[in-house]
Ligand binder design. Structure first.
Ligand SMILES: NC(=O)c1ccc[n+]([C@@H]2O[C@H](COP(=O)([O-])OP(=O)(O)OC[C@H]3O[C@@H](n4cnc5c(N)ncnc54)[C@H](OP(=O)(O)O)[C@@H]3O)[C@@H](O)[C@H]2O)c1
Length: 244
């Protein structure tokens, strides 16, 4: 598996990244095998968020990393912050965004503890917060980077103008915008989202690259299966190849 610099200033990540948002649902032994197999295949980068699995996914993943100390030097970790879900693990009672400096720093520090690594390779703001203060976000990024807790920063689900706006305030380059993109969801190719990333030498990171599994029973997928047969591949491989 190829590794690729996603921005001219780094980081280098595996070209296919494992999205782990449902990995808290599998038994420990399966999870351990999943992580080892991913790494052996060359998929060494893992995409997390503080909220995945009702705030449990990072910690469950981290239990494997803590029990296999050599793993932490073999992986790159991406995680996200800025959404506060209603949860039995939290005090707040309304789902809301929080992109204050204090929350971003506290969330990143908690993610480090949960996952059991010394640094986050990439920290993303999970979604654009209508009340976000770009100066506060930029300051949080600066503090976390200066302390070596976060190596690179970026965003997720931002429009092109939101990306440009935050980049104007952030001295650290935004290395990616993690967006929903697949054969079935391709607006970002036409609405400027990708253009602006290219302008800033940054790469998109795709979420739900197979369309989240919603299309497997559709006519489009039967047609795709026919094409896949010609290439001696599966429709999933074809969908990923199209994106890459
Ligand atoms: N930044 C964001 O806002 C955001 C939002 C959502 C997700 N993400 C990230 O993106 C990652 C991937 O998201 P995703 O899981 O939606 O990606 P995806 O790869 O597009 O979809 C995976 C789904 O496709 C199903 N699938 C795969 N092959 C299939 C087949 N042959 N027939 C039927 N169903 C099939 C899988 O089902 P099975 O589970 O049954 O295998 C799974 O539920 C997440 O783990 C997370 O890291 C980020």
């Amino acid at each position: 598996m190829q590794h690729q610099k996603i921005h001219s200033q780094g980081p280098s990540l595996s070209r296919i990244i494992a999205g782990v948002w449902k990995w808290h649902t599998v038994p420990y032994e399966t999870l351990e095998r999943l992580i080892h197999t991913s790494i052996e295949t060359g998929i060494t980068s893992f995409d997390h968020a503080d909220i995945y699995g009702n705030y449990s996914c990072e910690e469950v993943f981290g239990s494997v990393i803590r029990n296999n100390s050599s793993l932490k030097n073999k992986i790159q970790v991406i995680t996200k912050c800025g959404i506060k879900l209603v949860s039995d693990k939290k005090d707040h009672r309304i789902k809301h965004y929080d992109t204050t400096k204090e929350h971003i720093i506290a969330s990143a520090e908690q993610s480090l503890k949960n996952i059991g690594v010394d640094k986050l390779d990439v920290l993303l703001i999970h979604r654009p917060d209508p009340l976000m203060n770009p100066e506060a976000i930029a300051e949080a990024f600066e503090i976390l980077r200066a302390q070596g807790k976060v190596l690179h920063v970026g965003v997720s689900n931002f429009t092109s103008s939101q990306f440009e706006m935050l980049q104007k305030y952030s001295s650290a380059p935004l290395v990616t915008n993690q967006i929903e993109i697949s054969l079935f969801k391709n607006e970002s190719l036409f609405d400027g989202t990708i253009d602006v990333l290219m302008k800033h030498s940054a790469s998109p990171m795709a979420w739900s690259p197979l369309g989240g599994g919603k299309h497997f029973e559709t006519d489009a997928m039967s047609r795709l299966n026919e094409v896949a047969e010609n290439y001696n591949s599966t429709s999933s491989q074809l969908l990923l190849a199209w994106l890459l």
